[in-house]
Design a protein around this ligand. Structure first.
Ligand SMILES: Cc1cc2nc3c(=O)[nH]c(=O)nc-3n(C[C@H](O)[C@H](O)[C@H](O)COP(=O)(O)OP(=O)(O)OC[C@H]3O[C@@H](n4cnc5c(N)ncnc54)[C@H](O)[C@@H]3O)c2cc1C
Ligand SMILES: *[C@@H]1O[C@H](CO)[C@@H](O)[C@H](O)[C@H]1NC(C)=O
Ligand SMILES: *[C@@H]1O[C@H](CO)[C@@H](O)[C@H](O)[C@H]1NC(C)=O
Ligand SMILES: *[C@@H]1O[C@H](CO)[C@@H](O)[C@H](O)[C@H]1NC(C)=O
Ligand SMILES: *[C@@H]1O[C@H](CO)[C@@H](O)[C@H](O)[C@H]1NC(C)=O
Length: 614
């Protein structure tokens, strides 16, 4: 296991990548734009969906233009040192600020404690009592509009979903290549695993993975809590030491029902630097021997079609300029950008993420006819499901204050899986001396050195009724996003989160309470009071969970099934694919970044298989 990563200062002095800012001459020669700016492939967006496939296609010898709206922050220490991820999440150099709704119920929306407002002076106000004249923005939802996408500011947790999540895609599409067994091969291919596991892993891929040190052997508080949670999971204390290093990405036959402690696998190099698609793209460009052209600060505004019997995607239009998307806090409406066009002789691949990919398709004329008509967008394909079926994992926090300061504040103690109302494990959580209560400008709130949280992720949400719709035909505007939390299946989903919360309470309540001990804990929410002697009703807790849940794993807004076929091809046109989190039929597992990268590897094969067709 990697040693516990010291926070901030120690790491800042470590060497970071020293990439040259401009491409080497050799690359320029290789990539010399053809007369009419034509490449074999154009990829839009360099996140976990777009970055790997762009690099892979170039490595396979094809000319690729990768267009990315953001700029290059790979050397920004907020980004490159993973322990700075809270800084990077708030960094205006990478941030794209979205504001979403959780439902159509205005009364419920207005009770969301971290509601964000624009004050008359232009700044943000977060809370329920804004200064007069403030405008309600909604629920903050961060994204990273930068080279490498959200994998440049995320928490780096790297989790292969339950096998059933993959097998379900194989079942609904009838395409066996989606089976968990087959998908594992992409995980092994892309990873360079630096941790010990009893399962076979890859050690020569582009994504470095390490297992976080839980603190079990060095931090007595971590040890205490892991042992308590192990026992509450039905294990002996003597097993806790091994369990906290269990591989969440192993190939155990019955992995969907394995519960209890696991080690946290993360896309981090052993020295604490972030590993991600952004660096993979940079390294591929800088190698100077692959036909990959990376064009930053280019906001793609629509796909260009050659209108035959079946329209064929032949290129894209974009606006070149800094921070042109209005979600970028640096954007200035007076900077209009310079229009440009690029052509693809083979295919266009859209990888803008769960909010931007449907926006790009809609702007291009692929989507519900009525919506397109409303904005005078010529219809290429009338498809009611573009921007529909948006879903997200529900997240909740069981936040408490220990009786004294927690050892190693901010440290990530290990993680646990739990099965509640589902047949297989449906809850993932991680606990430690931190506070994470959702997102708002400036998140998180520090509750002092006694804070102790179990962050709870509900996998496989039953509601999938969210939507992304155009607000205007201006590509620089953000779309309307409504996640429709708990619209369907709310009873079971709320019961699942409630059970997970109660389970945490059951072992927090067993913490030692003698003088100087970490316990007793005093819960802050969802049920205020000294753990063990609260008397909140189940209903009041479920109401709290329902109204205050948050999320950051949006997927499925252009999903396989309705919008795409099982090979990522957009239905109704030729030469166009969508490869990113929006492609998933359902939210994959607890954390989407690894599944999205696996999808990018899979799509590489599918695209190459068709390369001779065009
Ligand atoms: C704060 C935060 C923490 C997270 N933590 C984790 C975690 O620990 N583990 C995990 O598994 N997942 C985590 N996630 C989620 C994960 O990062 C995303 O699911 C994943 O990045 C999705 O990849 P993507 O390629 O679909 O989209 P994105 O990562 O959003 O990438 C899309 C890219 O396309 C670009 N783009 C968009 N529109 C255009 C356009 N019109 N023209 C040109 N370029 C465009 C964007 O700038 C961006 O670079 C986190 C997300 C956030 C926001
Ligand atoms: C893996 O195990 C070997 C043998 O026990 C040990 O030497 C090595 O340090 C371990 N590696 C990690 C990353 O823990
Ligand atoms: C671009 O140029 C190539 C080669 O000269 C040609 O085959 C192709 O048709 C052109 N594409 C467009 C869209 O003009
Ligand atoms: C890091 O992010 C913070 C905001 O979280 C920002 O104020 C600071 O300037 C950033 N640092 C760098 C080196 O960009
Ligand atoms: C428990 O609930 C009862 C009735 O609702 C209330 O009177 C009492 O004060 C509560 N006790 C605590 C410890 O909150």
């Amino acid at each position: 296991m990697a040693p516990i990563l010291p926070l901030l200062s120690g790491l800042l002095s470590l060497a970071v990548f020293s990439h040259s800012a401009v491409a080497a001459p050799a690359t320029e020669a290789l990539n010399k734009p053809h007369d009419n700016n034509t490449y074999e492939y154009i990829v839009v967006g360099s996140g976990p969906g777009g970055g790997p496939i762009a690099a892979n296609l170039a490595k396979a010898g094809h000319s690729v233009l990768l267009l990315e709206a953001g700029d290059d922050q790979t050397q920004n220490v907020n980004v490159s040192q993973w322990t700075n991820f809270l800084l990077s999440g708030n960094d205006p150099a990478t941030r794209w600020d979205f504001f979403v709704k959780h439902s159509d119920d205005e009364a419920r929306e207005s009770r969301y404690i971290r509601t964000t407002w624009r004050k008359p002076d232009g700044g943000f106000y977060v809370g329920l009592d804004p200064p007069a004249g403030s405008k309600r923005l909604g629920i903050y939802y961060p994204r990273a509009g930068t080279l490498g996408g959200c994998a440049m500011h995320n928490g780096c947790l790297t989790m292969n979903p339950n096998d059933l999540d993959w097998d379900d895609i194989a079942r609904i599409t009838g395409d066996e290549s989606w089976s968990a067994k087959n998908m594992r091969k992409y995980l092994v291919k892309l990873e360079n695993a630096h941790y010990n596991s009893t399962s076979p892993h890859g050690h020569s891929g582009w994504l470095d993975t390490t297992m976080l040190d839980s603190g079990f052997s060095s931090n007595p508080d971590a040890k205490t809590m892991i042992e308590l949670a192990s026992q509450a999971s039905g294990f002996q204390i003597s097993e806790a030491s091994d369990l906290q290093q269990r591989d969440m990405n192993g190939d155990q036959a019955n992995r969907d029902s394995l519960v209890g402690p696991f080690g946290g696998v993360s896309h981090i190099k052993p020295d604490g630097r972030r590993s991600s698609p952004g660096y993979y793209v940079k390294e591929t460009v800088d190698a100077g021997k692959y036909p990959l052209t990376l064009q930053l600060e280019s906001l793609v505004t629509k796909v260009i079609f050659d209108k035959g019997d079946t329209p064929k995607a032949i290129g894209v239009e974009y606006l070149k300029g800094k921070s042109l998307y209005s979600a970028d806090p640096r954007s200035n409406p007076n900077d209009k950008g310079t229009p440009g066009k690029a052509y693809a002789s083979k295919e266009v691949i859209i990888s803008g993420g769960a909010f931007n990919t449907p926006q790009i398709l809609l702007l291009s004329g692929i989507g519900p006819k009525a919506q397109l008509k409303k904005f005078d967008i010529p219809v290429i394909v009338d498809n009611p499901d573009v921007g529909r079926n948006l879903a997200d994992n529900y997240e909740s926090s069981m936040l408490s204050l220990a009786a004294r300061d927690v050892n190693g504040p901010g440290q990530i103690f290990p993680s646990f899986f739990k099965t509640t109302v589902g047949k297989i494990r449906d809850i993932y959580m991680w606990c430690g001396g931190f506070s994470f209560e959702g997102f708002w400008p400036g998140f998180p709130q520090d509750h002092g050195p006694k804070q102790y949280e179990c962050a709870i992720v509900h996998m496989n949400p039953r509601s999938q009724a969210g939507s992304v719709t155009l607000q205007s035909a201006n590509p620089r505007d953000v779309p309307n996003i409504n996640l429709q939390f708990f619209k369907d299946g709310s009873e079971k989903d709320l019961q699942a989160i409630y059970e997970a919360t109660s389970w945490v309470r059951s072992w927090l309540g067993k913490a030692p309470t003698t003088a100087g001990s970490i316990g007793p804990f005093t819960e802050m929410h969802p049920c205020e009071g000294v753990v063990g002697s609260q008397n909140c009703t189940v209903e009041s807790q479920k109401t709290y969970i329902k109204e205050q849940a948050y999320s950051h794993h949006a997927t499925s807004s252009c999903r396989i099934g309705e919008v795409l076929d099982s090979k990522f091809r957009v239905k109704g046109v030729k030469g166009l694919r969508v490869v990113d989190a929006s492609s998933f039929p359902k939210v994959p597992g607890g954390f989407p970044v690894l599944p999205t990268m696996m999808l990018s590897e899979k799509a590489t094969e599918d695209v190459l298989a068709d390369a001779k067709k065009y």
